[in-house]
Write a protein that binds this ligand. Structure first.
Ligand code: COA
Length: 537
């Protein structure tokens, strides 16, 4: 393998200015993550502790094997939405290690509106389940939830991808042989009652845990029956009488001990990792990425400088380096796992798309996962390129990205615009994980371009009607709100709040996150062959 040689002056003015800009973003990110984890109202915290329950952070820490990493998913989901206090969409979740086994953990946070489910909570639950299904990970659910967030019931209940899909997925996971262990750690009402009910194993905490379709107030209102929560749905009732729960636990710690015992007896994972190597740190420090990535997206830079700070030993065996040079493809290792890397070094041309398609086929044949580093303004446009069949060649890349059987991972390290997002494995192409760097931007096109398109369309319409074109004043009045809207919507904070990604990540940590995600992906054995369709030639 070739060692990538950096040409960056780490003491140069440009490096230091970029570094300062990225560090400001990373500091902001750390602050937001801290708020999402710990900012809760005194009232909610006091209520939780009074009830004798552990806060969700402590539940997670007690569950996960000491000293093991937790790959948290979408920790800033719902940021700035609702009353700006629905931190992490009311659910903490991610891939962690329990009893040495990689598992998917989902924990509702009762300190966020009683753990009730907002639209983004439902979306996050479904995303977490998708991760469990794609990577074949056992699911551990720690539930403490008041069910649907009633003021927004129309947005969480009726549609195909609303709350019902959570239970639909649970039935399918059961059929797929994915073990599901639920711990009832609070009052699980209505929809939340189905989460344990649909699981394979149910641990139920005495006194604080309850399962009922309607809580005591609803029962009283509906039938006049007066009943306390323990009698209606407590551990004793469900472990001795109804059989809804399997194991009674004294408190949260006891429940976690029982979960661990259940994980210990699971049949082993079919995990098989082909040809790993001993992991090696890159030669260049990952923190140097801060100074490499320009503060402005429009400033070009060599993606190999980023790769040199992410790949094991800074080594890359580049595929077709002289052909389609605006796309860097090559073989490398990350934390010892073999990967095929695809990184943008400019606009996509027909040659770059063809090169990527061939590279994806090779990785697919050898069972090597693909990692996409997206910084793309789109495919090249213009008469000559259309005549050269750029749409046809782009199709081949998009089809190969869609159909390959190997796990894919995407990191948006800069711009993610137009069809470039598709070809470079955007969210719709089902990468196992998709992360954004804090400097990234995502939209169908830039705000200025979109505003120009709209003005051009309007002027052509006016010309057809025999009217004069828009005045400069009207033109700028028309453009300004479009630019403002697209800039707001393409911001990574907006993306992560909406769960268009699995989180905004510190560029210097990208390598470690990729290592964890690739490791987890191997729990799902590869399909025998890719279901290739017809490539337009
Ligand atoms: N929708 C909207 N808000 C809800 C909610 C729901 N389903 N469940 C709880 N909340 C809110 C409460 O209004 C309260 O808000 P506040 O802190 O702003 O006052 C907060 O969550 C905590 O609720 P509280 O009742 O004070 O806490 P608790 O620990 O004593 O009880 C529940 C928690 C979930 C058991 C209880 O709130 C409850 O029974 N909720 C209704 C459950 C239900 O019937 N859901 C039907 C969904 S289909």
């Amino acid at each position: 393998m070739d060692i990538l040689e950096s040409r960056i002056d780490v003491e140069g003015e440009e490096f230091l200015a970029n570094r300062e800009a990225m560090l400001a973003l990373v500091t902001e990110l750390r602050g937001e993550l801290e708020r999402a984890r710990n900012e809760r109202s005194e009232k909610a915290r006091a209520r939780h502790v009074r009830q004798g329950k552990l806060p969700v952070q402590e539940r997670l820490e007690s569950l996960l094997d000491p000293g093991t990493p937790f790959l948290e998913i979408a920790p800033l989901a719902a940021k700035g939405m609702y009353d700006s206090k629905v931190h992490a969409a009311g659910i903490r979740g991610g891939i962690g290690v329990v009893e040495g086994r990689e598992v998917l953990v989902i924990a509702t946070d009762a300190m966020v509106k009683g753990g009730s489910m907002y639209p983004m909570s439902v979306k996050k639950s479904i995303r977490l389940q998708q991760i469990a299904m794609e990577n074949r990970l056992p699911v551990i659910n720690m539930i403490d939830s008041g069910g649907a967030y009633l003021p927004l019931q129309a947005e969480v209940f009726p549609d195909a991808d609303d709350g019902g899909q959570v239970f639909y997925n649970q039935a399918h996971m059961s059929a797929m042989g994915i073990p599901q262990i639920a711990a009832v750690m609070g009052l699980c009402t209505a929809g939340a009652a189905y989460i344990p009910a649909m699981s394979d194993h149910v641990v139920h905490v005495k006194g604080t845990g309850a399962i009922f379709l309607g809580g005591p107030p609803l029962v009283k209102a509906a039938t006049g029956e007066i009943v306390d929560q323990e009698t209606l749905g407590g551990a004793d009732l469900h472990c001795r009488q109804s059989g809804v729960s399997d194991y009674s636990a004294e408190d949260d710690y006891d429940a976690i001990r029982r979960i661990r015992a259940l994980v210990r007896r699971l049949p082993p994972s079919p995990k098989q990792v082909p040809h790993t190597r001993a992991p090696r740190e890159p030669i260049y420090a990952p923190e140097e990425i801060y100074g490499i990535v320009p503060a402005r997206l429009s400033v070009p830079y060599d993606v190999r400088e980023v790769l040199a700070r992410i790949l094991d030993g800074s080594e890359l065996l580049e595929f077709k380096p002289l052909f389609g040079p605006t796309l860097v493809c090559g073989w490398a290792h990350i934390h010892g796992y073999p990967v095929g890397v695809v990184g943008n070094n400019g606009v996509l041309f027909s040659e770059s798309a063809l090169k990527a398609t061939q590279f994806i086929q090779l990785c697919d044949r050898e069972g090597v996962p693909l990692v996409f580093f997206q910084n793309i303004s789109g495919f090249m446009i213009g008469k000559d390129y259309e005549a050269g069949g750029i749409t046809k060649h782009g199709h081949k890349m998009v089809a190969a990205v869609s159909l390959t059987r190997v796990p894919k991972f995407t990191v948006i390290i800069g711009g993610s615009f137009g069809a470039g997002n598709y070809a470079m494995c955007g969210r719709a192409y089902k990468p196992r994980m998709l992360w954004m760097w804090p400097n990234a931007r995502i939209s169908v096109m830039g705000g200025e371009q979109a505003a120009d398109v709209l003005v051009t369309v309007k002027n052509e319409q006016l010309a057809r009607e025999g009217q004069p074109p828009l005045t400069a004043e009207i033109e700028s009045a028309m453009k300004e709100p479009v630019i403002r809207m697209i800039e707001g919507e393409s911001d990574p904070w907006h993306s992560t709040a909406n769960l268009w990604d699995d989180g905004i990540v510190d560029p210097a940590k990208t390598r470690d996150l990729l290592g964890l995600a690739i490791s987890a992906s191997w729990n799902q054995p590869l399909a025998e062959r890719a279901p290739w369709g017809v490539f337009r030639m």
